[in-house]
Design a protein around this ligand. Structure first.
Ligand SMILES: *[C@@H]1O[C@H](CO)[C@@H](O)[C@H](O)[C@H]1NC(C)=O
Ligand SMILES: *[C@@H]1O[C@H](CO)[C@@H](O)[C@H](O)[C@H]1NC(C)=O
Ligand SMILES: *[C@@H]1O[C@H](CO)[C@@H](O)[C@H](O)[C@H]1NC(C)=O
Ligand SMILES: *[C@@H]1O[C@H](CO)[C@@H](O)[C@H](O)[C@H]1NC(C)=O
Length: 496
């Protein structure tokens, strides 16, 4: 068992960083997949070249009160080269926690279908990310400035922006708008349709864990999904990881052991304290989890380039779960190196650096400490991690320490309906069977127009990435269905 301290920091990681990873690294990777797809599929028509224009819109800082009356500049990007004027549809990306150009450059699916649908593409940046800072450089300096960083304010920004676009762009007045997004952006797309059905005719919510809140799903399903990915990818693989924790704990008991661990893992700074060991284990957990999210069928680029089906490559090193603790941990090191050192250029491994980069980290940590409280737990029996229970009080105390605010765990289900959402319509929930975030996703259709699409061979929002010669059939079928539903919504809105 980990100490309380390390346990907390792991929980904090869960709440704080993982959804970010879901994004920052995934979208970067998609950039590479553009290249890959070009290389392997030269017969495909080229992407429309990512040509877009950048604009800024004056948004109210506070849509829901009248005391703070100031505005800020929200960035948004528009590509209209395929738009069929007048009244051609608008595909509207509900920007999530990061620089909007990242999502624009890397949501290949939207670029791939724009011509077919005659659609204008709009990518709206989420407030407090990228260039859309409500209080400029002060935005993150004090809880009083962060007070307007909520999903509700972000959705209101999107609604106001769309109203403006439809009134100001010639030919857009009657354009049906469809919301799209992945991960947190997928949650926003779904919630946007729920809250503003008069603004968007439908939503594609890809890998959107809208049920990873309160007790809507068991808190251990997330880690079980990670575990299953490793279990499926090689004999002894998940068992090796399971056994590694005891080996690490045992070696951590002595100074010599700590030194050995630091050397064996080529760590940039040696492990000295219990807290260091906790961070080290948290870093390993995060690495396995990231691998589950990016288990794509073709090479992709993250911190470092990754091979196709990276977990299979990792599992080649993890075939001997019963070997001695040092041999086992040397295997673990080789496995981790697939993720951090595939090109062989890493000088040392830095446990305070996962693949997330810094882009959205801070903002998401705040959101996780206010609205986005996602419980996670593991038991070491049905999954390959050490047992950890979900401790809301510890989580809340950490939040208070970091941000001076306390999370409200039941607000999201109150405002967005939890599982009681059948009164809504026209939302596609797509999920990948390999993606741990599918644990909190909608995996079965809830009505004729709340449609679940499962992609068994898919990792995190594979369907939003651009077409690739190595795409499994299931994702091609998913994309085709998504286009059919979008056409249907567009047609229905025209008939009304
Ligand atoms: C997106 O692409 C544009 C144009 O190619 C480039 O200037 C920008 O840096 C890219 N953004 C990111 C985050 O990669
Ligand atoms: C990365 O790989 C290269 C080549 O195999 C190796 O020399 C180097 O030590 C590795 N770096 C780390 C941090 O393990
Ligand atoms: C490790 O990463 C952290 C966070 O990015 C950075 O501040 C630190 O300087 C890095 N340490 C080394 C030794 O590279
Ligand atoms: C959801 O709806 C069902 C049936 O209408 C009801 O029994 C249940 O109490 C509702 N749950 C919540 C959390 O409102």
């Amino acid at each position: 068992m980990a100490s309380t301290e390390s346990y907390r920091s792991i929980i904090h990681l869960n709440g704080g960083t993982w959804l970010i990873l879901a994004l920052n690294l995934l979208w970067i990777s998609a950039a590479q997949s553009f290249h890959v797809s070009r290389q392997f599929a030269p017969a495909q028509p080229p992407n429309p070249g990512l040509s877009y224009k950048t604009y800024y819109f004056n948004q109210k800082i506070d849509h829901f009160g009248f005391y703070e009356d100031a505005t800020f500049k929200q960035r948004y990007l528009v590509s209209d080269c395929n738009w069929r004027k007048p009244a051609g549809p608008i595909l509207f990306y509900t920007g999530n926690e990061g620089d909007i150009t990242l999502f624009c450059n890397n949501t290949g699916f939207m670029w791939d279908v724009a011509e077919q649908l005659g659609a204008m593409l709009v990518f709206a940046e989420h407030r407090y990310y990228g260039e859309s800072m409500p209080f400029g450089d002060l935005s993150y300096s004090d809880p009083k400035y962060l007070n307007y960083l909520t999903s509700e304010q972000a959705l209101a920004d999107f609604a106001v922006l769309i109203k403006f676009l439809k009134s100001s762009i010639e030919g857009a007045k009657d354009s049906p708008v469809i919301a799209l997004g992945g991960s947190y952006g997928g949650m926003l797309a779904a919630w946007f349709r729920m809250k503003y059905p008069q603004v968007v005719v439908g939503a594609l919510a890809s890998s959107a864990p809208i049920w990873q809140f309160e007790d809507l799903v068991p808190c251990n399903t997330f880690y079980q999904t990670v575990t299953n990915d490793f279990k499926k990818s090689g004999p002894g693989c998940s068992e090796s990881i399971l056994n590694s924790w005891a080996a690490i704990n045992h070696l951590s008991e002595t100074g010599d052991g700590l030194q050995w661990l630091s050397d064996a893992f080529h760590l940039c700074s040696p492990l000295k304290t219990k807290e260091d060991v906790g961070n080290f284990k948290g870093w390993l957990i995060e690495t396995w989890t990231n691998l589950a999210m990016v288990d794509y069928p073709y090479p992709a680029n993250f911190l470092e380039p990754l091979p196709a089906w990276p977990i299979q490559v990792v599992c080649k090193f993890l075939r001997n779960p019963k070997s001695g603790e040092k041999e086992l941990l040397q295997d673990i090191f080789q496995a981790v190196n697939v993720y951090y050192n595939y090109t062989g250029t890493a000088q040392c491994l830095n446990t305070s650096q996962t693949a997330s980069g810094s882009l959205g980290d801070l903002g998401w940590t705040y959101q996780a400490c206010t609205e986005m409280v996602m419980p996670f737990c593991s038991d070491g029996v049905n999954d390959m991690f050490e047992p950890h229970t979900w401790d809301f009080q510890a989580y809340s105390d950490d939040c208070y320490k970091q941000w001076g605010v306390r999370p409200r765990a039941s607000w999201i289900t109150t405002v967005y309906g939890g599982k009681n959402i059948t009164s809504y319509s026209n939302i596609i929930f797509s999920n990948g069977g390999l993606d741990p975030w599918s644990a909190g996703g909608v995996k079965e259709s809830l009505s004729d127009s709340l449609i679940a699409i499962m992609i068994p061979e898919g990792a995190h929002h594979l369907d939003l990435r651009s077409n690739n010669a190595y795409d499994p059939k299931s994702v091609l079928q998913a994309r085709a269905m998504e286009v059919e539903y979008m056409k249907k919504w567009i047609q229905e809105s025209r008939n009304n």
